[in-house]
Design a protein around this ligand. Structure first.
Ligand code: FAD
Length: 478
């Protein structure tokens, strides 16, 4: 049985000439595709270049908004003919280096999702987010390996790995891929899988975000998850060091059914934040247990007995409500994130995190949150066959996130994150998690996610597919 999502109501109307570009070059591409083409200064250009992360200010030479796979092929061929670099944006949750003077392919109108509950697979187009995939799959008691928010794009998330609340049990989203439909940098459509172009398939499963062509569709495995025990315990900020130390000792002994994290959170003083949390800092123990609910509740009861939290939101819930675990923002914002992996979380690292992330009285925090996710289990086991082997085999994944409300604050935020990472140098593996790198840092640090052997193999694949390196706005192999 196959179920199809509703087609987007705002699909491009190819007869709408009013918004067609004026210059000849743009008109040439516009004549070749059913979707939209926008040049600088034209209606639709600003909207199509702007994504979730408002800090990235792409200034592309032109933007193609494909309606379908054929449009992607034509856009990529056009870029090759014109010698244009190519950047890709679905939602803008994880931008690479700004796409200045490039062709930006905005996939956000390609939102088709098809679920096959018998085969336990979903076929997802380049612009779809996790929201419709989760909704359609949960109707059958199935779940995809989405991350902390359904607002992120399925393809971009999966190409960079994809570590979510089922990660320790089932692995990264890239492990669950059956096939990709790829448009190569010279404009050839290819279906890649374990049996067809296996080298490219290997590279795309965690190493190929934005640099090996445009993925137009992905087929992913689904897993039998419908009810989980999940949520957050809110402890006072003053208890942060004690809670992190307990977490460091406790997490490595937990079953694979539990993916958990400890988060130092400085809730901003904004109206969108509920009153009891607004402007306050907390230490959160958060996570998702996907085994027997009673067993999960007992595991979290250990924490409750040890110390009563100020607020207790762990509960049995449908996995369809998984967004409630991380409570990520849904509206676009200027944000800066960075990442490190650690094999252990020793006292020295805990002290640095607590000192540098939680604000002293009267100061504004520059780092909004620091989250330490417990990985290992299937996340680490999958490293053997994955291109991003170094970028997934640690025990604890650290992410910092900051909001940059004003460009003048940007330098201060960037230096707070960089100095905190520097202070943590003795405790980190030196590898990055690709999905938590953005902007110029993505190009600068992504090579650290690959072992030397894998980097050589990835570079050989890249050289064969894109010898001129025109797809250079995503992950770089170094
Ligand atoms: C609020 C928030 C929560 C997040 N939570 C998690 C989490 O829990 N786990 C996790 O692993 N990550 C998480 N991420 C990171 C996220 O997975 C990455 O930023 C991912 O790259 C976003 O993909 P996107 O398509 O939505 O974003 P985009 O910015 O549109 O794309 C990101 C990059 O992916 C590449 N790309 C996108 N589409 C294609 C395509 N069709 N073909 C080839 N390359 C493509 C491009 O290089 C592009 O620059 C989170 C990010 C945010 C902002």
């Amino acid at each position: 049985m196959t179920i199809q999502s509703t087609r987007p109501t705002d699909a491009p109307d190819p007869t709408d000439l009013a918004i067609r570009p004026r210059t000849t070059v743009l008109a040439e591409l516009a004549d070749r595709i059913a979707g939209y083409v926008h040049g600088p200064g034209e209606p639709g250009y600003d909207e199509a270049r702007t994504g979730f992360n408002l800090l990235t200010d792409h200034r592309p030479a032109l933007i193609a908004v494909p309606a379908n796979r054929h449009d992607v092929v034509e856009s990529v061929r056009f870029a090759a003919e014109q010698g244009l670099r190519v950047a890709i944006q679905a939602t803008g949750h994880g931008p690479g280096a700004p796409a200045h003077d490039a062709l930006l392919i905005n996939t956000s109108k390609m939102t088709e999702v098809t679920v096959d509950p018998v085969a336990r697979t979903a076929t997802v187009s380049a612009g779809a987010t996790w929201a419709p995939v989760l909704e359609l799959t949960q109707r059958h008691g199935l779940a995809p390996l989405l991350g902390s928010t359904t607002g992120v794009g399925v393809v971009g998330y999966t190409l960079g790995g994809g570590f979510g609340w089922l990660g320790r049990k089932y692995g990264l989203s890239s492990d669950a891929v059956r096939s990709f439909d790829l448009v190569t940098p010279d404009g050839n459509p290819l279906r890649v899988s374990a049996t067809s172009h296996p080298d490219i398939f290997w590279a795309l499963r965690g190493g190929g975000a934005g640099n090996l062509g445009v993925v137009t569709d992905v087929v992913i495995d689904l897993f039998p998850v419908s009810t989980v025990y999940a949520g957050n315990l809110f402890y006072p900020a003053e208890d942060a060091a004690e809670i992190m130390r307990r977490f460091a000792a406790w997490a490595p002994h937990q079953p694979d059914d539990l993916t958990s994290a400890v988060t130092l959170m400085n809730f901003p003083p904004l109206d969108i934040v509920p009153e009891p949390l607004r402007g306050k800092s907390f230490t959160l123990l958060r996570g998702c247990w996907s085994g027997d609910v009673a067993v999960g509740a007992e595991i979290i009861d250990e924490w409750r007995r040890w110390k009563t939290p100020e607020l207790d939101m762990w509960a049995e819930m449908p996995f369809s409500a998984a967004d409630a675990i991380s409570m990520d923002p849904t509206d676009p914002m200027p944000a800066m994130v960075t990442t490190e992996w650690m094999d252990e979380l020793p006292d020295g690292a805990v002290d640095i995190l607590v000192d540098r992330v939680l604000p002293s009285p009267g100061t504004m925090p520059l780092i909004l949150f620091a989250e330490v996710r417990h990985a290992g289990a299937a996340v680490a086991r999958g490293a053997t066959d994955a291109p991003n082997d170094r970028g997934r085999d640690g025990t604890f994944l650290l992410e910092f996130g900051s909001v940059v409300p004003d460009p003048h604050v940007g330098l201060a935020v960037e230096s707070a994150q960089r100095l905190t990472r520097q202070a943590l140098t003795p405790y980190v593996t030196g590898a990055a998690y690709l999905n938590f790198l953005e902007g110029d840092e993505k190009a600068a640090r992504s090579a650290s996610a690959f072992s030397d052997t894998n980097r050589r193999r990835l570079n050989a694949i890249k050289a064969a597919l894109d010898p001129e390196n025109r797809f250079c706005h995503g992950v770089a192999f170094g």
